[in-house]
Design a protein around this ligand. Sequence first.
Ligand code: FES
Length: 320
Amino acid sequence: MARAQSPAAGTTIQTDGQPDGARAARGPATPRLHRLADRIETLSALDPVGDRLAAAVRATVRPGRLKGLMSGSWLGHPVHPVLTDMALSAWVSAALLDVWGGEETAPAADRLVAAGIAAAVPTALTGMTDWGDTVGGARRVGLVHAAANSAALTLYSASYGMRRAGRRRAGLALGFGGAGAVLAGAFLGGHIAYSRGVGVNQTAFEEALTEWTPVLDESELPDGQPVRARTPDGVELLVLRRGTEVFALSNRCTHRGGALHEGEVDGDVVTCPLHGSRFCLRDGAVVRGPASAPEPAYETRVREGRVEVRLLEIHRERAA
Ligand code: FES
């Protein structure tokens, strides 16, 4: 924000006319909507409902093919945001036609409302699966996000019914209500992803170890048992020795940051202890979701009794 000096008192004044002191007393200048989402994060009254629902979702969609399909293991990132774009764009386009179109565009607007309803169903299902693995503030905001989107779906379904019944005015009013609800839901969805990092590859900001880096003594590696190691710069790794082979992956699960060294190892695969994603120890590939991003994987060597690691070439290319 631009600033100006008050000639009388020499006090720094914001150009909106408020002295720094008044703004400081109100707390940091966080946008109001963001503060509202932050407030929802603290609403522990939502927990009894949220925790029960999340447990029911996890019990219904267990780690396996269906969960991987719905979470985006086949796509390389979560499916839910792709589907939200489809529902949202159809409904927003319908609203624009309702406002600016005429009689001749009414059938197109109605079809867009129907398309949004059709897209909303898989969108809700994939969102619910992702939400089932959240905790704390993200779970609370996610619950309100789901409520807003459910309200939007109900309003648009009623709107479509009214349009089909020839009650256009009522159909438009319900549609505008749906647009308001879906935009509120979209804001909260954005908050979950961009402020809480849900759905983001949890290793995205990890330092890329493109040069050989010592991580621990070979003598610290028991055979067949995963060990947590740390580079001098603080990157955590899972290191596993099996016979003469040494494997190394980032220790932070790409899904929600579970500690992989606490997971079970079966052959060339490690299972995350939090939500059951499985990764190949050799190249970090996702063997089973809900994780959608592969785990950074390292080649290893032993020099003077120290185990050294370097990102596999395929991961170095990604990091470049
Ligand atoms: S943190 Fe969810 S599967 Fe690892």
